[in-house]
Ligand binder design. Structure first.
Ligand code: ATP
Ligand code: MG
Length: 236
């Protein structure tokens, strides 16, 4: 479980046509990266999956079930976790409270549910902060908390929007390592990134988006050998 397929998605904001036939696939247990520069449609693709942006054409299925037209909370309930780029936490609640209010039982009994203590084991930097209001956290700590909060919903798949953008380099390495660990635990992952360097460490495959279209699809190893494509579409 955890297979996501997008077929020829066209997404609009009002009358603005933003995605022009995006097709992609993330298979169970894979970590796939959506690469591309500013404003190319990465966030809009994740929002289309989550039901936060309107796809007027095309199909989106998760484990064979159509997501198009469903409200975001139902998509979340089907096991798709979303970590948006804005990293909003409840500033007046403590770190532990932020985690505990996000708890949802797993869809199947075969995987033990996440607990706040489990999140503190995953991100030890959060443990000493557990009773602190989340509004006082640094950007990197807030990102760990938003990832932790999404995990508390026991998703089968995680969508992460530029998880290391604007984060201090030492914390970037920590977050990259933990995303890799989550993949090893069997979670299916789709994340966006502008910089190929972070993506290479954790992704099995990548799609490059530009102008609301997929311009490249392939393994990270193949992409490494295509300097012209990297030069044209990516920050390197
Ligand atoms: N709510 C909206 N209403 C209208 N246009 C929007 C809206 N959100 C995004 N857009 C437009 O859609 C296009 C794609 O934006 P999107 O946020 O998906 O890009 P992105 O690849 O995530 O960029 P970034 O790397 O800066 O986050 C941009 O031209 C943007 O201006
Ligand atoms: Mg974005």
């Amino acid at each position: 479980m955890g297979n996501l397929i997008l077929k020829d998605i066209h997404t609009y904001f009002g009358t603005s046509h933003i995605l022009f036939g995006i097709s992609l696939e993330v298979r169970q247990g894979e970590c796939v990266c959506l690469l591309g520069r500013n404003g190319v449609g990465k966030t809009t693709t994740l929002k289309s999956i989550m039901g936060l942006a309107e796809s007027r054409e095309g199909e989106i299925t998760f484990d064979g079930k159509s997501l198009v037209g469903l409200p975001p909370y139902e998509i979340a309930r089907m096991g798709v976790g979303y970590v948006p780029e804005d990293r909003i936490v409840f500033p007046d609640l403590t770190v532990r409270e932020n985690l505990e209010i996000a708890a949802k039982p797993p869809l199947t009994a075969d995987i033990p549910p996440w607990t706040a203590n489990g999140i503190f084991e995953l991100f030890p930097a959060l443990k000493p902060l557990e009773n602190r209001p989340a509004g006082y956290l640094s950007g990197g700590e807030q990102q760990m908390l938003t990832i932790g909060r999404t995990l508390m919903g026991n998703p089968r798949m995680m969508l992460l929007d530029e998880p290391v953008e604007g984060i201090a380099p030492v914390v970037v390495q920590e977050i990259v390592r933990k995303i890799r660990h989550l993949k090893e635990l069997g979670l299916t992952i789709l994340f966006t990134e502008q910089n190929i360097r972070f993506a290479t460490d954790i992704s099995d495959r990548a799609y490059i988006i530009e102008g609301g279209r997929v311009r490249y699809a392939g393994t990270m190893t193949d992409l490494e050998e295509q300097p012209d494509i990297k030069q044209k579409y990516l920050m390197i």
